[in-house]
Design a protein around this ligand. Structure first.
Ligand SMILES: Nc1ncnc2c1ncn2[C@@H]1O[C@H](COP(=O)(O)OP(=O)(O)OP(=O)(O)O)[C@@H](O)[C@H]1O
Length: 299
């Protein structure tokens, strides 16, 4: 559905996107993750045809998003992170205005009902809450039944229930055959929704795979975390089971081989360490994120 080859974007001397290539398959939910400033918005805006780039080629369904802007606009839907709407316009009027941009659109009232904005139909857009504005932004992106939808941090600012509802809706879009390209900072969201995840670090693509495959790449079998009170002799953690230690103030997160958690519990007790909040879990996509975005990129 989407092919990106050798995309390079510079802002002055600053390399924002550095020679990246990837493709997005039809009907997949493709996640883009990375730290702030990693280049996620720049990349998606280049694909959407709203940002120029220095080098590379991009196609959506074989079309060039810049040269064939008109055709592309009919097949893509874009939900933006921050959108400024005209002042003193009501929800209903904004939907009608956006619908007038396209030849063929859905009945916006269906979408309004699906996203539970019925009560706000006659409300001024500027008076909507943050979560309501987010829901309106996706309605506007879906009015023309696009084949590909770009979602930029869609669930930021949503309450837990609305966030879950939004996840269901994204899965529903996939069921209907839509291709979804989404950026997110929520790792649980990326893990739950995305068929494949592209991890960007400082403008470079560092990993691209399914969630289970990315977790396998970590090669850690066990993970244990705990918090300590008072002095703590870190040298007790030195052992063949411990492959990596991350520390945040009083919290320790350890990754390692099978047997790691038994060894750590044992050593903490033997040393009479005052610990709390001990948790034994499996490595997850957040661990993948830390591993691959910490790492220097070598090619
Ligand atoms: N118009 C611009 N002019 C100059 N530099 C820019 C411009 N837009 C983005 N940048 C820089 O390019 C880099 C990539 O920015 P981008 O917004 O694509 O990152 P991002 O991964 O989307 O970040 P975030 O998670 O914070 O939204 C950053 O260092 C940013 O400061």
């Amino acid at each position: 559905m989407i092919e990106v080859k050798n995309l390079t974007v510079k802002y002055g001397d600053k390399m924002a996107v550095d020679d990246i290539s990837f493709s997005v398959n039809k009907n997949e939910i493709f996640g883009i993750i990375g730290e702030n400033g990693a280049g996620k918005t720049t990349i998606t805006e280049c694909i959407e045809g709203i940002r120029t780039f220095n080098k590379g080629t991009i196609t959506i369904k074989g079309m060039d998003p810049v040269k064939q802007k008109k055709e592309i606009q009919h097949i893509i839907g874009v939900q933006l992170q921050e959108t400024t709407y005209p002042k003193r316009i009501k929800v209903k009027e904004l939907c009608e205005l956006f619908a007038s941009f396209y030849v063929d659109t859905k009945d916006y009232k269906e979408l309004i009902a699906e996203f539970k904005l019925n009560d706000q139909l006659n409300q001024y857009v500027e008076k909507l809450s943050g979560g309501q504005r987010q829901r309106l932004s996706i309605i506007l992106a879906l009015l023309h039944n696009p084949e590909v939808v770009f979602l930029d941090e869609l669930t930021t600012g949503l309450d837990p229930r609305s966030r879950r509802d939004m996840w269901d809706y994204i899965l529903h879009l996939k069921e209907k055959g839509v291709t979804v390209v989404m950026t997110t900072h929520f790792m649980d969201e990326a893990e739950y929704l995305c068929d494949r995840l592209a991890i960007f670090n400082k403008g470079r693509l560092v990993e691209l795979d399914t969630v289970p495959n990315l977790i396998k790449k970590l090669d850690y079998k066990e993970k244990i975390s705990f918090m300590v009170k008072g002095d703590f002799d870190e040298s007790i953690l030195n052992n063949v089971h411990v492959l990596k230690v991350r520390k945040r103030k009083v919290e320790y997160i350890l990754y390692g081989t099978k047997g790691l958690s038994d060894f750590i519990k044992d050593v903490l007790d033997k040393n009479q360490t005052k610990y709390f909040n001990l948790k034994v879990t499996q490595p997850n996509i957040e661990d993948v994120f830390f591993e691959f975005t910490d790492r220097e990129v070598n090619y």
